[in-house]
Design a protein around this ligand. Structure first.
Ligand code: KIV
Ligand code: NA
Length: 264
């Protein structure tokens, strides 16, 4: 059995080799991503991507655990990180620990991720001191969409930079092993990456970060309206459309199943 990439190995990449990451929610996609990614995130974006929700706010701990188990079963090499969903960690460090421990225990994943900067520092410290590695997530934090009034790129106004930099510092000092920088202007991501002792993982945060992550379905071409920061590497949407169309045609023409697919 191949040993999975560890949290200390991710930390050691800072300033060296770029960190490769994608999301995954399913065993079969995770099995492919596992060949290439250093860590796989079971993101709460699954609320939108898998379950058709408007935002991530309706995602539950049970949903994260179900998909976390699927990804763990499909992989053996990458570190698997599972998102803590809205409402499962904000109340107190003790509540966060109880729920994060469930995620670790029931899925077997190696770490959890939670959104928020300085305000979550106490919780990040509480979890890491008790054996749960935490990945931070600052900048555009989708679970705060109702407070922010939508998804807005962060750091356009230079006056906001000190607050973002303080968030990154607080998360790192609290013991997080890595930090996602989402939806922020390049010079801010560059400053945070330069000053932060732990690896930064960018999504819509420029090439200045220590690693990159994308939502798998976005980069595969399955999202009809991907955000600007997504590069579309595949045409899975078109491929599924063609395949399903061909199947429907053949069923209607009674040309599927054919000689090859029948038990004699
Ligand atoms: O839920 C998610 O997919 C994420 C990443 C895009 C960072 O949090
Ligand atoms: Na997320």
């Amino acid at each position: 059995p191949v040993r999975r990439i560890t949290v200390p190995q991710i930390i050691a990449r800072k300033g060296k080799e770029p960190i490769v990451s994608l999301t995954s929610y399913h065993a079969h996609t995770a099995q492919i991503v596992d060949k290439y990614a250093d860590f796989i995130l079971v993101g709460d974006s699954l609320g939108m991507v898998v379950h058709g929700m408007e935002s991530t706010l309706g995602v539950t701990l049970d949903m994260m655990i179900t998909h976390g188990k699927a990804v763990m079963r499909g992989t053996r090499r990458a570190l698997v990180v599972v998102d803590m969903p809205f409402g499962s960690y904000e109340e107190s460090p003790a509540v966060a620990f109880r729920n994060a421990a469930r995620v670790i225990r029931e899925t077997g994943c190696g770490a959890v991720k939670l959104e928020g900067g300085a305000r979550m520092a106490e919780t990040i410290r509480y979890l890491t001191e008790r054996g749960i590695p935490v990945m931070g997530h600052i900048g555009l934090t989708p679970q705060s969409t109702n407070v922010m009034g939508g998804f807005k790129t962060q750091g356009r106004d230079e006056d906001t930079w000190p607050a973002h930099e303080a968030d990154a510092r607080a998360v790192a000092e609290a013991g997080a092993f890595s930090i996602v920088l989402e939806g922020m202007v390049e010079p801010l991501a560059a400053r945070i990456t330069r000053d932060c002792p732990i690896p930064t993982i960018g999504i819509g945060a420029s090439v200045e970060c220590d690693g990159q992550i994308l939502v798998l379905e976005d980069m595969l071409g399955l999202n009809p309206k991907p955000p600007k920061f997504v590069k579309v590497y595949g045409t899975l949407g078109d491929m599924i459309d063609q395949a399903v169309g061909a199947y429907a045609e053949e069923v209607r023409a009674r040309s599927f199943p054919s000689e090859d697919e029948v038990y004699r």
